[in-house]
Every structure is written in structure tokens, then in C-alpha cells.
Write a protein that binds this ligand. Structure first.
Ligand code: FES
Length: 152
């Protein structure tokens, strides 16, 4: 049986009807067509599904949509301001912080949290904070370079 769910996503209010077993990731991708957030492992291992809930990053595959009542969600679609990319998005482009790009939305959402929460003080600190975001292409050096540039 579906449950009512009110929440805000990327600054827009939604009144939804959601099955209790649906994850936040599946709500975003399948019910709302916000497919920027990626499904890699669906088990909390890869970080491709990273979004922000009330400013904190989470793996959206590990949380149920109905637990987000009243919360503010930000996805990769919500980072740019109109045609102006977020500085972290610009830095990923400039430093080639991706190859295939599949992990990139999650990497960028974690990178924004990394900088905002003050964990970008050194390459080691960045790597530690970003360690839950797996990149199979191995773009880690470039991701660290992108984050390092933005936090300055
Ligand atoms: Fe959520 Fe991999 S899809 S951590």
C-alpha cells in the first residue's frame, strides 16, 4: 500500500504517493525521472547514488524514500544555477575528473560535501572523505586535483 510523502527536491516541493519499500534512489530515478543519480551496486558500496539530504551526503540506495518526509534533497540536477555550473562541476571538467562518467554525479555530490564540511585540507584528507566513491576508470588523481582547486 502506498504512503503519502512530502519532500523538497532541488528546491521544488513534491507531494507523492510511494510504496514503503522503495528506496530514495529508485524514487528519484524511476518515479521522478531524475536519472542523474546513478545506480551502481545498490548496496552502499560504490557511492554512485550519492545525494544530499538536508545538506548531508548519503547513499540514496540505502535509505527508504518514505523516511525523507519533510526533508530537502539535492541531486546532481540541483547543483547548477541555470546555465552556470557549480564550481565543483567546472573543476571536474577542467581537471578531467572522469572518464566514462558513470560515477561522476556521485563523486561530485561527495566532493561538494567534502569541501563544505572542511575535509579538503590535503590530498590524503580528500581521499579519505571520498573513499566511499569508487571510480572504475581510476580518475582519482584528477578528482583530488579538482577538489583541491575549488577549496582554495
Ligand atoms: Fe548506492 Fe552503490 S548504488 S552505493
Amino acid at each position: 500500500e502506498k504512503m503519502p510523502l512530502s519532500l523538497e527536491i532541488n528546491g521544488k516541493a513534491y507531494q507523492l504517493s510511494v510504496e514503503p519499500r522503495v528506496t530514495l534512489l529508485d524514487l528519484l530515478r524511476e518515479q521522478l525521472n531524475l536519472t542523474g543519480t546513478k545506480k551502481g551496486c545498490d548496496h552502499g558500496q560504490c557511492g554512485a547514488c550519492t545525494v544530499h539530504v538536508n545538506g548531508q551526503r548519503i547513499n540514496s540506495c540505502l535509505t527508504l524514500a518514505v523516511m525523507q518526509e519533510g526533508k530537502k534533497i539535492t541531486t546532481i540536477e540541483g547543483l547548477a544555477q541555470g546555465d552556470t555550473l557549480h564550481p565543483v562541476q567546472e573543476a571536474f571538467i577542467k581537471h578531467d575528473g572522469f572518464q566514462c562518467g558513470y560515477c561522476t554525479p556521485g563523486q561530485i555530490m561527495s566532493a561538494v560535501a567534502c569541501i563544505r564540511e572542511g575535509h579538503a585540507g590535503s590530498p590524503e584528507e580528500i581521499r579519505e572523505f571520498m573513499s566511499g566513491n569508487i571510480c572504475r576508470c581510476g580518475a582519482y588523481d584528477n578528482i583530488v586535483a579538482a577538489i583541491t582547486e575549488v577549496k582554495q
